[in-house]
Design a protein around this ligand. Sequence first.
Ligand code: SAH
Length: 227
Amino acid sequence: MRIDILTVVPELLESPLSHSIVGRAIAKGLVEIHVHNLRKYGIGPRRNVDDYSYGGDAGMVLMVEPVFKMIEELKAERSYDEVIYMSPDGEILTQGIANELSLKENIIILCGHYKGIDHRIREHLVTREISIGDYVVSGGEIPAAIVADSIVRLIPGALTDETSALSDSFQDDLLSPPIYTRPAEFNGWKVPDVLLSGNPKLIREWQDKQALERTAALRPNLLNKNI
Ligand code: SAH
């Protein structure tokens, strides 16, 4: 799989994509992530990528041309399954969307900045718009890193124990049960006895029950989805 991220602040993406599970998946060759600076196709001697908005609203707007040219350059090399724009008014990212995107071959993720991007990019070049939630952050880079991370950890081989992605929250519309590690007792705080029982069937039953109870208590909307 290959992910191309288009941004005016590539530095913001360096660290989130270089370490831990995502960094290791890249090192293992399971995924290629290329970050492109839109300034490459900036306009004029100062390589401008943004301009004032028509109508005079405050805030700079990312121009069509640098984005168009960068996407054209990439599409000349390979075909893309999706051109995703990170946007607060897009569909809200879910585990289902991450699962779906993890099956794609090549995707482009476009990060907006400042006030946003010229709407013609959204009308003519973007195939899908994704939000990380109903709030506004300063740029699409952290949202893009979140989308990339949620996808990459699902690629077989990215997690050392492959089943661990399957038991994560949301995978079956259930929250994850509580987890513990050694010591079995700290400060008088005990790990539930059943987890120390060594009986896999009892442990599984307890985990299933906890997952259901926690979902009912904390996120009942997930249970109603299945009715
Ligand atoms: N004026 C825009 C917000 C611009 S914020 C509006 O009101 O909708 C600048 C950029 O940050 C956006 O172009 C987008 O790429 C990114 N961004 C901000 N909040 C986001 C969110 N919740 N999800 C995904 N991207 C977001």
